[in-house]
Ligand binder design. Structure first.
Ligand code: DGJ
Length: 734
């Protein structure tokens, strides 16, 4: 008996060893995490692990043996890039019609290589080939070790005789094990962007997607996080944050498979987007960017922020300019004299520049409202008889910079551009047009249109080399998706969504080649475009047209999961019932601007605003480049509290806001525990940016505490209805 058992154990061990010999195991590591890919006996590639690194990397090869997921009636759930039409029974990452009409694809591992790009960055490329068709997919995994970031994309190529139709072509196909998965995504609409919703995923597929064409967001941004086993807090729990770098239609499928594991397939939305690929042409999918943390959401966000500042956001380690915008101050109702009058306000406030918004252009159909003129980018002679050049000159004389708004991808049907170039407009020629904000989208698939759009920026910037800032807006979505250019070129209309976004990137690339330094704000009818591909070209983004500061606390908070504060443009406007101090304090959690008539401010408000900008100068390094710690979540409490600490932990600034104004509310009783400090050092705390006369709170004098005390016990910012926003400065005392 005993010897029989021994023999069978030995046989198992030997057969495992011989399988292991044929197997290829590919660990893709960052500082703390690893994604492990492994071939199976049929040379298919699977994801066998995505989690914290093991001490002994030789043990990665063993992981798959612990899982009994090899029953043959469900297929392979953890394939690294799941093809359709052969063995797969789950949501595919790739679905293809081959040149001969065959709908089946198989992908087998053929090779991989890892290249070190620099001390922090590595690129692993895995080549998968179909054994029957000359068709291949390369999987790219770029790791940013210190930031724990994994960037993934794919390249698809073939050498078939006829075009291959790509029906689905994901960027990433991840696999997470765990017992429970809690998905947090962000719903909303215009002026109510980024409203979080958390759901425990059940078996089957939960899809997040967009079919808007010219932007990713209106209802749902391409960013989410998944907590594993239990909802993660800021400091505890395992959480994966993910975001797709694509400024158009996307689709995320979260599929809880029959084993209770999570398959995650992300990329361009295949909706109406069959792509016919010529032989020897590469189709590159957008980057899907993830970070994994076993220490909660706070660490995951800091990973993304550090990565973005260093590697992605335009001028992420630089400075930002404060500004006075005229949109909510004047809307379309302005002329040269009124604008020059506003410059004085900008100077009085002490902002860096004046930003002229919508309404400055078009003559035959003047842009005096949002239903005419878009597309006709000549200065409106009635409003600006001396042109933009004059405004730039006057602003310079007033000691401020001058910036300008454009919405170059769009056209009003009431415009000379539309009259001249209907063939440049995305529309169904046989059907009535549908408008979003009275406008249509130009056909950026067409290189002539790309030249036109580039030309708008180029003309403005060559004629006015001193222009200091651009706000790039995009208010419409793509209805009636039809490109006359694609028809002329005999290309399928189903290329339209992909090629629109590629056309946009081509234009932005040209703009940045020629004008690398000018700061540019990415805006899309509020916060419709906030993604990491567009942010390669932009220094900042506009989170929402909702400028009520109470709402902004939430919108900015929710964006902060994925995007660093240096990129967030926050404007003080007349919107909202909160005091000016509250508005300014909220705007300071990012890059502040004003959108008011400064001359209408009472003298003490003006003095306070001016003083606030000086205070901002003294803390902006922390907000721009510091580490963000979210302390009290307004989604679950009556206050919001967060802190930015310098990476060397010597200084921090803490923002606190009342977010529930009910009069029966109990006062904030408990201290708020700080984070991001050194327990072994001492820190002095004092309140800054106090409105003159508001002396409550008892925090005006410096009080010194140990970091240990502040992080275990905390400090009470004394947020009350009379002190609805409180900023504390925390400085090391030696
Ligand atoms: C929408 C933007 O979000 C606003 O800030 C403003 O620029 C308007 N467009 C102008 O039309």
């Amino acid at each position: 008996m005993i010897s029989k058992a021994l023999i069978s154990l030995l046989t198992i061990a030997l057969s495992l060893a011989s399988t292991a010999q044929q197997q290829v195991t590919i660990p893709i590591e960052t500082k703390d995490n690893v994604l492990v890919l492994q071939t199976d006996a049929d040379n298919r590639l699977s994801t066998i692990y995505f989690g914290g690194k093991l001490k002994d990397s030789l043990e990665y090869a063993q992981i798959a043996r612990g899982y009994r997921t090899d029953d043959n009636n469900t297929g392979i759930s953890n394939n690294a890039y799941t093809p359709a039409g052969t063995w797969n029974l789950m949501e595919p990452a790739l679905q293809v019609i081959h040149g001969d009409g065959n709908t089946s694809t198989e992908l087998k591992y053929t090779a991989h290589e890892t290249t070190r790009i620099d001390a922090n960055v590595e690129l692993t490329t895995v080549t998968l080939k179909d054994p029957v068709y000359p068709f291949e997919v390369k999987l790219f995994y770029k790791t940013y070790a210190a930031e724990n970031i994994l960037e993934q994309w794919t390249e698809i190529r073939h050498q078939e005789k006829k075009r291959v139709v790509l029906k689905k072509y994901a960027s990433a196909n991840l696999y997470l094990t765990g017992r429970k998965f809690f998905l947090t995504h962000f719903a909303g609409g215009w002026a109510r962007e980024m409203q979080p919703e958390e759901t425990e995923l059940s078996s089957g597929i939960k899809t997040l997607d967009t079919k808007l064409g010219a932007r990713a967001d209106l209802f749902q941004p391409p960013s989410f996080y998944v907590s594993m086993d239990r909802p993660a807090s800021e400091t505890e729990g395992k959480v994966l944050m993910g975001t797709l770098a694509w400024t158009g239609n996307y689709k995320f499928d979260f599929e809880k498979d029959p084993y209770g594991h999570l398959r995650l397939i992300t990329g361009i939305n295949p909706f109406a987007s069959d792509y016919s690929l010529d032989a020897a042409t590469t189709f590159k999918t957008p980057s899907f960017i993830t970070t994994l943390s076993e220490n909660g959401k706070g660490e995951a966000s800091r990973n993304l922020h550090s990565w973005a500042r260093k590697y992605r956001l335009r001028d992420g380690n630089g400075r930002r300019l404060t500004l006075l915008n005229n949109w909510e101050a004047t809307y379309f109702d302005f002329d040269e004299t009124k604008l020059v009058g506003l410059f004085k306000g900008a100077k009085d406030l002490g902002v860096d520049l004046f930003l002229l918004d919508d309404g400055w252009f078009a003559n035959k159909y003047p842009r005096n409202h949002d239903s005419a003129g878009l597309g006709d980018w000549q200065e409106n002679r009635a409003k600006l008889p001396h042109g933009i050049g004059y405004l730039v000159k006057e602003a310079t004389a007033a000691g401020i910079g001058f910036g300008i708004w454009v919405e170059p991808e769009m056209v009003n049907p009431k415009s000379e551009l539309y009259e001249k170039h209907r063939d440049w407009v995305l529309r169904q020629p046989e059907r009535p047009e549908h408008y979003y904000r009275n406008q249509l989208v130009l056909d950026l698939v067409n290189p002539e249109v790309q030249d036109f759009v580039f030309g708008i920026l180029d003309t403005l910037l060559t004629k006015n080399p001193k222009l200091a800032y651009i706000k790039w807006d995009c208010n419409a979505v793509i209805y009636d998706a039809h490109s006359i250019y694609l028809s002329r070129k005999k290309l399928p209309q189903t290329h339209i969504y992909v090629e629109y976004v590629r056309g946009l990137y081509k234009v932005l690339e040209r703009v940045r080649q020629k004008y690398p330094a000018i700061p540019m704000m990415l805006c899309s009818g509020g916060g419709g475009r906030v993604d990491y591909e567009a942010l390669k070209y932009f220094t900042e983004y506009w989170p929402s047209d909702n400028t009520d500061p109470l709402e902004r606390v939430f919108i900015q908070w929710n964006n902060s999961y994925f995007f660093p504060s240096i990129a967030s443009c926050n404007h003080v406007t007349n919107s909202g019932n909160q005091p000016l101090k509250y508005k300014i304090d909220v705007a300071m959690m990012g890059k502040p601007g004003f959108d008011i008539v400064v001359g209408h401010l009472p003298a003490e408000d003006l003095n306070f605003a001016r003083q606030s900008l000086k205070t901002y100068d003294s803390i902006s390094d922390l907000v721009w480049h510091g580490d963000l710690f979210r302390l009290i979540d307004p989604n679950e409490n009556n206050i919001a509290s967060l802190l930015y600490a310098s990476p060397n932990k010597s200084r921090a600034v803490m923002f606190n806001y009342l977010t529930n104004f009910r009069t029966l509310l109990a006062p904030i009783i408990d201290p708020v525990r700080l984070n991001g400090l050194d327990p072994a050092r001492n820190y002095a705390i004092r309140e800054i940016n106090r409105y003159p006369g508001n002396t409550g709170g008892g925090l005006s004098e410096k009080v010194t505490y140990s970091g240990d005390y502040l992080m275990r016990v905390g400090v009470n910012p004394v947020v009350t209805a009379k002190r609805s926003s409180v900023i504390l400065l925390i400085e090391e005392v030696k």
